[in-house]
Every structure is written in C-alpha cells, then in structure tokens.
Design a protein around this ligand. Structure first.
Ligand code: COA
Length: 217
C-alpha cells in the first residue's frame, strides 16, 4: 500500500507480519538481548530494506544504526524504515534523485489521552478541528505519524534534533500534508531546510505517512 504514495524513483518493500530472514552477525549482535517483538521487527524491516535495495542493484549487506539511531545506507542511497503493530516497511532511493526521504506507520487509532497536547502546536489543533469527520480518520494519529516522518527525513540531512513543536503541519483531506520547519536546519551543502511536502494514506487499519522530495526547499 505504501507504493501508492511514493514517487517512482523510490523502491519499497513491506510486510504485514514477521519474516524469519537471517540477520548479519553485526545486526544480530544489536538485538541479541532484545525482546522477541523487537528482534522480529528489526529483522523483518531489514529483510524489506534488502529487497528494496536489491531493486536498486545493491547486494545484501548489514544495515546498522548510525548517529541517533538513523540507519546507515550504502553510498549514494537515501532510505527510511518503520515498524508498528501489523506493519513493517522500508523505502530507498538513489540520493541523486531523492534528497529527503522519511516514512512512518502507526496503528489507525486515536492517540492515547493527553498525547496530542504534547505533540501538537496551537495552530495544528485549530486546523485539525476543521478536518472532516465523516470517514472516521484518526487525524491526531495522522499528525503524530507525519511528525515522525518529518524527523526521519530531517535528521539524516541536518544531523540535528527536531522537537514536536518545532515543525508546524497542515494536513489536507486529499492525502497530502505540508510542513513548515520553525528552527534553522542546514544540509551539508549549506542549503536551509524550511519545509516538506508529504503524503498519507489509511488502509487496513494502518496510517502511513511519507516524505519523498527531489530537492531541499
Ligand atoms: C526516531 C523516531 C522518529 C522513530 O519513530 P517510531 O515511530 O518510534 O518508530 P518506527 O518503527 O516508525 O521507526 C523506527 C526506525 O526509525 C529509524 N530511525 C531511528 N532513529 C532515526 C533517526 N534519528 N533518523 C532517521 N531514522 C531513524 C530506524 O530505522 C528505526 O528502526 P530500527 O531501529 O529497526 O533501525 C522516534 O522514536 C523519535 O525519536 N521521535 C522524536 C523526534 C520527532 O519525532 N520529532 C518530531 C519532529 S516534527
């Protein structure tokens, strides 16, 4: 389903359950002491990522976390991974075609009590209140997911933290969202990241958000 909201340059693979593909020893060492749920999602999303990388011509290789947990991709590749109850997905693209890439998936259910107030800015509360209720979309969960996608697109480029209240998101009912970043953040080229465009969908009780942009704006 994630393929419906990604441009053609992005290769992807997903899974609705866990797979038992083997991990590389370096990866195994990272989850040796993890609970089974974490080990399984870690392994499954890496199997997905290796499939997506194979579509770009990259042979299987360990996918290890770098600074602040951001995955280290092969040279010339940008990518992103997500896992939540019932869904795992990985996306990759050539870095000369896609500059910013981030995905997130969440179960399609309202956020637990109190969470929205910790992640949403006042103007986000206002714009969400105007969104249609007829289709039963959990707009608060969608906003949370969009913010996670923003961070996953932002961090690998800027190498800096971005808090929930440091980006302002407007969700549109047509399956898109726009993001205004409220703090300075710069790519290694010196270009400033001021915002993002994203897309979203809800399918099979999963909310998926993605940012896949050809250039920095
Ligand atoms: C890192 C974070 C975004 C992960 O999101 P999540 O919903 O908890 O978990 P997901 O399963 O969707 O994604 C986990 C994957 O994200 C990736 N990830 C982790 N840290 C990352 C980072 N700094 N940059 C990019 N990707 C990262 C990893 O691939 C990880 O999977 P892995 O541990 O198996 O390698 C989240 O835990 C976090 O720290 N959020 C706070 C920052 C934020 O969201 N700010 C909002 C800005 S508007």
């Amino acid at each position: 389903m994630i393929g419906r909201i990604l441009p053609p340059a992005v290769r992807w693979s997903h899974s609705f359950g866990d797979r038992d593909d083997p991990l590389f020893p370096e990866e195994l060492a990272l989850v040796e002491r993890a609970v089974e749920k974490r080990r399984a999602e870690f392994a499954t999303v890496r199997a997905c990522a290796r499939e997506a990388l194979a579509a770009l011509g990259h042979p299987p290789a360990p996918l290890l976390p770098g600074p602040r947990g951001a995955p280290v991709w092969p040279d010339g590749v940008v990518g992103s991974m997500t896992h939540c109850a019932g869904y795992r997905a990985a996306v990759v693209a050539p870095s000369d075609e896609i500059a910013l890439l981030g995905i997130d998936a969440e179960p399609h259910a309202a956020l637990p009590e109190g969470v929205l107030d910790t992640i949403a800015r006042p103007e986000e509360h206002t714009s969400m209140a105007a969104l249609p209720t007829a289709e039963g979309i959990a707009w608060d969960r969608l906003l949370f997911s969009a913010k996670e996608s923003v961070y996953k697109a932002w961090f690998p480029v800027t190498r800096s933290w971005l808090d929930f209240d440091e980006a302002s998101i407007v969700i549109a009912p047509d399956g898109t969202f726009t993001v205004r970043v409220l703090i300075p953040g710069f790519a290694p080229t010196g270009e400033r990241l001021t915002g993002f465009h994203g897309r979203w969908l809800v399918d099979r009780d999963i909310v998926v958000t993605c940012i896949a942009m050809t250039g920095i704006r």
